[in-house]
Design a protein around this ligand. Sequence first.
Ligand code: UDP
Length: 350
Amino acid sequence: MATPSILVTGGAGFIGSHTVVALAEAGYRPVVYDNFSNSQQSILEGLRQILGYEVPCYVADCTHRGALLEAMEREQVQGVIHFAAFKAVGESVQEPLRYYRNNLDALLTLVEVMLELGVHDLIFSSSCTVYGEPEQLPVTEHSPILPAISPYGNTKQIGEEILRDVVRAGKPLRIISLRYFNPIGAHPSALIGELPIGVPNNLVPYITQTAAGLRPELVVFGDDYPTPDGTCIRDYIHVMDLAEAHVAALRSLERLGALASHYDVFNIGTGEGASVLDVVRAFEEASGNALPYRIGPRRPGDVAAVYADATKARDQLGWTARRTLREALADAWRWEQRLQTLAPPNTESH
Ligand code: UDP
């Protein structure tokens, strides 16, 4: 049988590019489909160096039905992993229409094209933000879904609902939504990694940029939360573990055999919570550098603690996170150091 081709929308992005590597390692033929609105061509070069060959890449938008149809037909795609979306929470609050238009139009167009071509298998990027501030920890897939705080989060909730409804209507699609916790780290080769635009919002890129001297200090957003050290708790997962979860999900769909309609959802996290100060300490150990930081005020919208119960993924997908927090931070640091050798430090645009 020919190697199955898998379309990876947003395949040049952070999680997408690492999933391209995991797919190739698992014997699939990944095809990147990306409009490069929030990603860079240099990632394709990193992929080429890791894999030893050039990954096919279509530079196009998921809302462009004709381009999507052509790419999927030409590549004889057998499954799709859909990452392509706008993802900046704050920006989504400022520009809700742009977020709803882009993220939902892309998903709807993709599903329509899949149905038209008879492509059945889809993995959708969702987020633990659907749980809001959970009453019980760890959160299972049965934990209540709370109204989204941001338009970005709402596009993930609505995306899940659209997919569930399409399957409920008996359409021949087999879909898994993966609810990601906090992806961090980079490929251990440091040839691909996260490329934040402007000042990073996320903790780990902020830490690595601080250690690289691009930022004077980390501001810890609040130490008066009801947690052991007062700082927020999250479930930080190595991006390669997360990437491998997509392969496990795809394989589980293939095991369904001839079953036409299927929808399911899985938490993808480590099952371990780490506080902001835990991350700072683990980073200091991993990098051998002291990290300058100070405690600042809370960031609006942050929940005190959220971490996954990932037993469903373990039991049904045979997947579990294998890499440690320290390993993830060491890989993130290696990537940041490599970035500094490529481009002169630019604190303005970083
Ligand atoms: N955080 C922080 N300082 C920063 C960025 C993040 O203290 O400069 C904290 C934030 O309050 C949260 C955790 O780090 O508790 C993870 O934040 P991030 O934005 O990476 O992910 P989120 O969980 O908000 O999606």
